[in-house]
Design a protein around this ligand. Structure first.
Ligand code: PMP
Length: 293
């Protein structure tokens, strides 16, 4: 991924992709003092950019550091990188981390760095294929309690258990893993939130120990706009037997139907398809209207 043409924004200016390097003694590498975002560009516009920027700043604050740029400056850096890369449909990765000025658990004197990378990510339009649904294994690890980890921060360190869980699932032929929370309730996939359907209503876990995704909130609004009731509550794993439909939501996943989680089976249906269509229409409309302004 590091050997390609293009530009990455790093600490105030664009530099060639291959030169966007950091020192091996960066605190973030050793102690996970790092937060990041994942954003999508549709038709040249970053979807919900300010919400992502606000979350990035909040994530850093939760880990005890301030990003040395304002929200306006971070938005501008993201837009500048998108423009420099020239992709119309892309993924944006802002990342902020503690540098290499001192080494140890205490890192008070480290400099806070910010970078933004953008790579091409074509919109994927094959609803028929997607409606077959993806298969998820049950994850070995659980989302930690709020008293155990800074679970409201999109912090690099919290992804350690996600990568382990996703690799284990992929090793068994699954697309992803479903994580329970510390109490044993259904929580989320390794990089996406989850929804279930029963009797025409949607049920989704209360995000009290994992990210309340921007896509999750968007899809709740889209469902309500269609008159579909959305119930946020604690969901026991065995309740999955009673649900008909299931899908996951996230910036990368968008609305992705799920056919299988562990021993439970789902059949993607009308509500899932409508929300996939509504989400696709929304992100494209957002891009078009912003571009027209
Ligand atoms: N949970 C986790 C662990 C994630 O990594 C993501 C992706 N950022 C989400 C949920 C969904 O968040 P969003 O809809 O804001 O992308």
């Amino acid at each position: 991924f590091d050997d390609r043409d293009g530009f990455i924004w790093m600490n105030g200016s664009l530099r060639p992709w291959r030169d966007a390097n950091i020192h091996i003694l960066s605190h973030a590498l050793h102690y996970a003092s790092c937060v990041f975002e994942g954003e999508r560009v549709y038709s040249g516009e970053i979807f919900k950019l300010r919400e992502h920027t606000d979350r990035l700043i909040a994530s850093a604050k939760i880990l005890g550091f301030d990003i040395p740029y304002t929200a306006d400056e971070i938005d501008a850096a993201c837009k500048e990188t998108v423009a420099a890369q020239g992709f119309k449909d892309a993924y944006v990765r802002p990342v902020a981390w503690r540098g290499s000025e001192m080494m140890g658990v205490s890192a008070q004197a480290t400099k806070i760095n910010l970078a933004v990378a953008v790579w091409e990510w074509p919109s994927y339009f094959d609803p028929e294929e997607r409606l077959k649904g993806i298969r998820l294994d049950m994850a070995q690890y659980r989302r930690p309690a709020p008293e155990t980890a800074p679970c409201k921060s999109k912090a690099a360190g919290l992804y350690m258990i996600c990568t382990i869980s996703k690799h284990a699932a992929e090793g068994k032929g699954y697309a992803d893993a479903m994580m329970l929370d510390y109490r044993g309730y259904v929580a989320e996939a390794t990089g996406a939130n989850v929804f279930f359907e029963k009797d025409g209503k949607l049920h989704t876990p209360t995000p009290d120990c994992f990210l309340d995704g921007i896509t999750r909130r968007t899809v709740i609004d889209l469902a309500k706009a269609r008159g579909v009731e959305v119930i946020e509550r604690h969901i026991k794993p065995e309740e999955m037997a009673e649900f008909n439909q299931c899908f996951i939501t996230g910036t990368a996943a968008e609305v992705t139907p799920v056919s299988e989680i562990g021993e439970y089976r789902f059949t993607p249906g009308e509500i899932t398809k409508q929300l996939m269509d509504d989400y696709t229409a929304l992100v494209n409309r957002a891009g078009t209207s912003a571009a027209a302004e």
